[in-house]
Design a protein around this ligand. Structure first.
Ligand SMILES: Nc1ncnc2c1ncn2[C@@H]1O[C@H](COP(=O)(O)OP(=O)(O)O)[C@@H](O)[C@H]1O
Ligand SMILES: [Mg+2]
Length: 355
């Protein structure tokens, strides 16, 4: 496993007088520990975040979060503003010190790395892309892209040759979309093993945003990076994720593939997001297939549909057919049938639907 987080907590404002960033790196003192312990105990008893804050003054920004990310996977954390996404991703890279839990990368506990090891990790193995680009205004685009290489100690000629094609403009001269392309190029220039994204496209106009999502998807086709991507946009999560975690009040409500979350939302909170989701574009014939009739005996007269086809793609065919359609797998063998009732149910219009 490339990345594992286990029972990660981050509690802010634990009695050291500042609720600000200072508390995250301050050395623990007695009152801090006491407030932290009290907040953690309440969290353990299932008391909600607002109530814990009322009783202890401490804010549980990240609450008992556990997950794993495997090599080449795009893991997307989706949650509304204030749900703790930025704090979580900062805990992973140790830009914020977790209050409890462990974070492991390639089998090593990141929380035990010394300063030097941490620097090496940040220089060579992980990269971050933030919402507000984080470009250096006084450097040209080419030097921004080359920055990570400079930190790695790559010499100047080599740096510039690896960052070539990005021009001698300064960031202010570029549109938001171009700036974020530069941010992405800079993060990629060091060839990181894990890319962390904290709402990189949230400030962009919808069209540009979609273009950037497409670029990231293309990049994943070619390079298969390990990615942790934060967004507050459910549709963005559905587009980009291999797996999605839905975060609320610091905790994960559900983790699963887009299809799993759309087809079986674990809580009413998650279900509310799925209601407006473009299910037909995401769910495939494989998600709806009835495998119990896979022997081919019920094969309809129409040509079969591929299991990887989206419901949107198969709908015209299904609507034109009175009988269920045969569904074929990777080797063109029939794996089952696609029934009108099942598709209607999944798209939320059937008897058990919510539409
Ligand atoms: N340094 C900090 N000190 C105190 N509270 C913080 C700090 N950083 C974040 N918070 C609080 O933690 C909660 C989660 O914030 P954040 O991780 O930024 O959420 P998100 O990225 O999902 O919007 C919010 O209530 C926020 O106000
Ligand atoms: Mg944030």
């Amino acid at each position: 496993m490339v990345l594992t987080a286990e029972s990660v907590f981050k509690v802010f404002g634990t009695g050291d007088g500042s609720a600000g960033a200072a508390s995250s790196n301050a050395s623990p003192n007695a009152s801090t520990n006491k407030a932290l312990a009290k907040a953690m105990a309440l969290a353990h008893d299932g008391v909600d975040r607002a109530e814990i804050q009322k009783r202890t003054g401490a804010l549980i920004a990240v609450r008992d979060v556990s997950f794993t990310v495997s090599e080449g996977e795009s893991f997307v954390v989706m949650g509304l503003s204030g749900s703790g996404k930025s704090t979580l991703i900062r805990c992973l890279a140790r830009l914020v010190e977790p209050s409890a839990g462990t974070v492991t990368m390639w089998g090593r506990n990141v929380l035990e790395l010394d300063d030097d090891e941490l620097r090496q990790l940040r220089r060579h193995r992980i990269s971050m892309v933030f919402q507000h680009f984080g470009l250096f205004p006084h450097r040209t685009v080419v030097d921004n892209v080359a920055y990570g290489l400079e930190v790695q100690g790559v010499d100047k000629d080599q740096r510039r040759s690896r960052a070539i094609g990005w021009g001698d403009h300064y960031p202010q001269q570029l549109s938001g979309g171009m700036q974020q392309r530069v941010g992405l190029a800079r993060a990629l220039a060091v060839e990181p093993d894990i890319l962390f994204f904290d709402e990189p496209f949230s400030a962009l106009d919808p069209l540009i945003r979609r273009e950037m999502q497409d670029e990231l998807l293309e990049l994943q086709e070619r390079q298969r990076r390990t990615i942790v991507f934060i967004t507050h946009d459910f549709d963005e999560a559905l587009r980009l994720a291999d797996r999605i975690a839905i975060m609320k009040d610091g905790a994960f409500e559900q983790v699963g593939s887009a299809a799993e979350i759309l087809m079986s939302p674990a809580t009413p909170y998650v279900e509310a997001f799925t209601r407006e989701a473009p299910k037909a574009k995401i769910l495939t014939a494989a998600d709806a297939v009835d495998r119990t009739s896979g022997d081919g005996s019920q094969r309809s007269s129409s040509a079969p549909v591929a299991s990887v086809a989206t419901l949107e793609e198969v709908l015209p065919r299904l609507l034109a057919s009175r009988e269920p359609l045969a569904v074929t797998g990777d080797d063109d063998e029939v794996i089952g049938v696609l029934r009108h009732e099942k598709v209607a149910e999944l798209l939320g219009q059937g008897p058990n639907g919510i539409g």
